[in-house]
Design a protein around this ligand. Structure first.
Ligand code: FE2
Ligand code: FE2
Length: 356
């Protein structure tokens, strides 16, 4: 089963959103057509070392395919983000192997987001040698981009609890694990974020990349960031914010005030969408079958392309899924929420749209 996801983020291309929004709104929003640009996003490849020079072939293939497709994109993206969990257990072998595959991106600048699978073996030391700082910001063509390290946790858990780094990594890699610990951005980084944004005008589009969602979806699987509310409060004053995250290996979107949340899918495997997703208090039931698949009979379940328009600060998505079915999620000004317009009946929408 080859899992292939490539997520392509598109900002303010008039052709892309003309059917959804009047072109004048784009101008009001301050975007100059000459400054329109795209970037690509690849996430959650979970390159897994077996022994010697052997790696799990399917996960290799997912990333190799995504790199090949990114090289074919037209227009060419200005840069590529890798959204975290390049490795499965954070080893040098896995990170080197994954980075080598990513080096096949033909001349495209590459930046990275740190995932927990990259971090909890050596606390991100080797990842830093490959990708650079764990959190940072940059400006590109009038957009302010912020990369957060959202997968930190309590110091006591990180530094004092485990007899080995390998044990720490494997405990954090588990789901529904009573020995696990919730993710957080943490106070020091929140202070940095507030200072970073201090001189950014409120009408500047802000795009935040994190690994875990900066919202609370399901704690047992760490589809959750413990201080999400405080980070959202720092972002709330801006007119247009998009938070783009990996980690959840499934389609998720949400709108909280002026902040649009968009998950990107994984190249490795999908996490399931249980039928009780919309009914459970914390949205996802306890996982009883490890590595359960959303559709175990489909080799390419949940794979496909994802186009995210980040211009408006409102959820605005198009998916082309593995079976060539299309799915569009667009902002409904009348209801004040993003709506899945073509895929599922409202009662069955995944994820539930109840975070308003
Ligand atoms: Fe992941
Ligand atoms: Fe993750």
């Amino acid at each position: 089963m080859t899992m292939k996801r490539r997520n392509f983020i598109r900002r303010a291309t008039t052709t892309a959103i003309a059917g959804v929004l009047p072109v004048s709104l784009i101008r009001i929003a301050g975007a100059q057509e000459s400054a329109d640009f795209t970037f690509a996003y690849i996430s959650d490849s979970h390159i897994q070392h077996i022994e010697g020079n052997r790696f799990v072939r399917n996960f290799d293939r997912g990333l190799i395919s995504a790199v090949a497709e990114t090289n074919l994109m037209n227009p060419k993206p200005d840069f590529v983000m890798f959204g975290g969990d390049l490795a499965q257990l954070g080893t040098r072998e896995e990170l080197d192997h994954g980075f080598e595959i990513l080096s096949g991106l033909n001349g495209l600048p590459l930046r990275g987001v740190l995932g927990e699978h990259d971090y909890y073996l050596d606390l991100g030391d080797y990842w830093r040698q490959l990708f650079g700082e764990h959190y940072y910001s940059f400006d590109h063509k009038g957009v302010h981009f912020v990369v957060l390290n959202s997968i930190l946790t309590f110091d006591d858990w990180t530094f004092n609890r485990w007899e080995s780094a390998e044990r720490r990594m494997s405990e954090m890699a588990g789901l529904d694990n009573p020995n696990g610990s919730p993710f957080m951005v943490g106070e020091a980084q929140r202070r940095w974020l507030a200072a970073d944004l201090q001189n950014i005008s409120r009408d500047t589009p802000v795009v935040v990349f994190s690994h875990s969602p900066i919202q609370k979806i399901y704690k047992g699987w760490n589809f959750w960031t413990d201080d999400a509310d405080q980070v959202q409060a720092i972002l709330a004053p801006f007119d247009r914010v998009n938070v783009i995250y990996g980690h959840v290996h499934q389609i998720q979107y949400n709108q909280i005030g002026n902040i649009a949340f968009n998950s990107v899918m994984a190249t490795a495997w999908p996490w399931p969408y249980p039928s009780s997703y919309a009914k459970s208090g914390s949205h996802v039931p306890v996982m009883t079958v490890p590595m359960n698949r959303a559709d175990p009979f489909s080799a390419r379940d949940a794979t496909g392309w994802q186009l995210i328009n980040v211009h408006t600060g409102r959820v605005d998505l198009e998916y082309t899924l593995y079976d060539n079915s299309n799915r569009t999620v667009s902002w409904n000004g009348a209801s004040g929420r993003p709506e899945d317009t073509s895929y599922q009946a409202p009662a069955l929408r995944v994820p539930p749209q109840n975070h308003y």
